[in-house]
Design a protein around this ligand. Structure first.
Ligand SMILES: Cc1cc2nc3c(=O)[nH]c(=O)nc-3n(C[C@H](O)[C@H](O)[C@H](O)COP(=O)(O)OP(=O)(O)OC[C@H]3O[C@@H](n4cnc5c(N)ncnc54)[C@H](O)[C@@H]3O)c2cc1C
Length: 238
């Protein structure tokens, strides 16, 4: 579907906010589902997860990583092709949940918060430095508590998010962030359900190219684009 760029601007040192207005009806995504954005200077669509949606508008928060997102960050008007939602989504089922976000991994977790609004949701949000933080006003409305953790101690607690998880306080965990963070969480051997949102490499996003395959605990590989991008931590080997 075609979408008009309504606003696309930096919101801090590393994050951009993109609002688009879609020109036809689309299926509203579940948390974890993603869209492919077709950017003129690259061949494959680039996957981004929504932070906010309505029948007519979608908002994304993204970082500039390579050629595609760099080009995207320079677009301030015009139309862009967007397809989706793709993948399997997830809705929190338990009462007390902890969201664990690393960097731009906060994006899908903000979208997930509103699906748990009437229950107890806490957030651990880690970044390298205060300049990379998304403003608390973007997400505090949905939360009971949040803890900011910076690697250099420039705001909140100092260190890594993984140091501040108290498993005994929660029923379920939702995690999105860099691969190293996800791997550490996998090694922590939680007794309760832990859902990892994978945002690593993805090719066609249609289950055809196997570019996004991850190792399954049952042997073989699973394609993130159709079976994920959200997996219970005991399903996969990172
Ligand atoms: C489900 C999902 C949701 C995401 N949501 C967000 C989000 O909300 N915000 C955000 O900032 N980032 C998100 N990302 C990450 C984002 O998609 C990447 O940062 C972006 O695609 C980088 O594109 P680029 O052209 O700038 O980078 P480049 O590094 O130039 O290109 C990366 C792209 O190259 C292709 N590619 C390269 N190698 C391979 C390979 N081995 N197999 C298959 N394809 C390959 C893929 O299309 C890949 O997306 C998400 C990723 C996934 C998978």
């Amino acid at each position: 579907m075609l979408a008009e760029i309504v606003e696309n601007k930096p919101i801090n040192k590393v994050l951009y906010s993109l609002w688009v207005k879609v020109e036809e009806a689309y299926k509203l995504p579940l948390p974890g589902q993603f869209f492919l954005l077709y950017i003129d200077n690259v061949f494959l669509g680039r996957p981004l997860t929504p932070v906010d949606v309505s029948k007519t508008h979608i908002r994304f928060i993204y970082i500039v990583k390579g050629r595609g997102t760099l080009y995207l960050s320079g677009l301030t008007e015009g139309k862009i092709r967007i397809e989706g939602p793709f993948g399997k989504g997830i809705v929190p089922e338990k009462d007390k949940i902890l969201l664990i976000a690393g960097g731009v991994g906060i994006a899908p977790l903000i979208y997930l918060m509103r699906f748990h609004e009437s229950k107890h949701t806490d957030l651990l949000y880690g970044v390298k430095n205060v300049s990379e933080l998304l403003s608390e006003s973007e997400y505090m409305y949905y939360l009971n508590n949040s803890l900011i953790i910076t690697e250099d101690g420039s705001k909140g607690k100092k260190g890594l998010v993984t140091h501040y998880i108290k498993e005994e306080d929660y029923d379920e965990f939702f995690v999105c962030g860099p691969l190293g963070m996800l791997k550490t969480i996998q090694q922590m051997d939680f007794k309760k359900p832990v859902y990892l949102f994978l945002e690593d490499m993805m090719g066609c996003a249609q289950g055809l190219c196997n570019g996004c395959a991850v190792k399954s605990v049952n042997g073989g590989y699973i394609r993130t684009c159709i079976k994920g991008p959200v997996f219970e931590t005991r399903e996969i080997i990172l």
